[in-house]
Design a protein around this ligand. Sequence first.
Ligand code: GDP
Ligand code: IMO
Ligand code: MG
Length: 422
Amino acid sequence: MNKAIVGLQWGDEGKGKIIDWLSSSSDYIVRFQGGNNAGHTVIYKGEKLIFHLVPSGILHKGKVCLIGNGVVVDPRVLVEEIRVLKSRGIDVNPRNLRISSLCHLIMPYHRNLDALREKYRLRKIGTTKKGIGPCYVDKYSRSGIRISDLIHPQIFKIRLQENLKEKNSLFRNTYHYPPFSFKKIYREYLEYADFIRPYIADVEEILQKATKQKKNILFEGAQGVFLDVDFGTYPYVTSSNTIAPALATGTGFSLRKVNKIMGVAKAYTTRVGEGPFPTELKGRKGDFFRRKGDEFGATTGRPRRCGWLDLVLLKRAAMLSDIDELIITKMDVLDELSEIKVCVGYKRGGRIINSFPTSLDKIQPVYDTLAGWKTSISQIKKYKNFPPAAKAYIKTIEKFVGVKVSYISVGKMRENIVKKAV
Ligand code: GDP
Ligand code: IMO
Ligand code: MG
């Protein structure tokens, strides 16, 4: 059984926790897009672990984690992440972590370009400044450097020289920023080459073989549907496709062989960075979610913007990622509320909008108000024991989105998850 997990909102839906939990029944866990802009949290033996590049399944023995060609790899981050995981007693080795040679590399100038572009941009995006955007730009302009280039010093040398010629002129003339030294980067990256070499693999071939052997593959999406470069709230998006079909181009695996696409959504909404957010709650109500849900970025530590659940967005996301099942996370964060709002429509200039708008700018949400359950649900193990108001909340989501909820996460620990019949 091959499954995919994707975020349905603006990222941070709790994908890490769900991936970790589903990993026990998977043989392969595969990242297919994004880079270390992702921060996937897993609570492991009572401690918080944040995964940026390594698939969150690495904690499970006997599994193979793969990084597909669609992922942009910052080798500095990869080396550090592996070091930290090992220091926590987690086994990471070239047998349980395999990386595609087709991955594009994030270079030091990508990180600086990201920060400088952001600084001079009139409409700030609020990027993670990890170099994600500039790296994907180079990929598509065909000047990028891939892992397959890095491991051949002569090829790497030419590619780096070529890139620095162009980038240094940009840094000097446009940004009045000191140029990068070829020697320094070359030396640093050759060390990474030695480190990464044993991990390199033909990910496409591994997945093909795994399918023939009827192994279970789990695809781990990063970010969320509304950060998708095409379907998200452009330009306030990331630079990759985040919808489920991106797994095909990001790994070389056929979408037709994926049996189940599971969409993860928080029981409310959050967003980090700039951009429209119709159900955002400013002030005390927003603070409530931030405090109760511990809503601070796993990658940058920035406070997340918080608001009510937007069902209009969720329905659209379910369509774009063609999801089979919904997983609702952080339901426990709503425990204390006596009333819960959900957005069931959009207005612009006081008028109801019937089709999904191209831009969410100046959109006013139309809310339905539901009763809260006013009791802690974190210890509940069976859906039948959920308070009636919590069940009504889930039913409202299912009815509006037109997709059944299969699991509800009610706390950050592995065991805080409730199965629901679909
Ligand atoms: P991801 O990027 O989608 O993997 O999500 P993040 O890890 O960035 O953010 C999710 C946060 O919510 C993490 O701190 C998780 O530990 C936490 N979390 C996940 N599921 C639940 C849940 O059901 N309840 C609560 N209270 N916290 C959760
Ligand atoms: P996970 O996988 C939440 C946001 C940034 C910014 C925009 C563009 O943990 O859900 P980028 O650095 O990608 O160019 O930034 O996208 N962003 C995320 N927000 N979760 C993420 O990943 C994100 N990855 C990028 O905050 O608004
Ligand atoms: Mg995250």
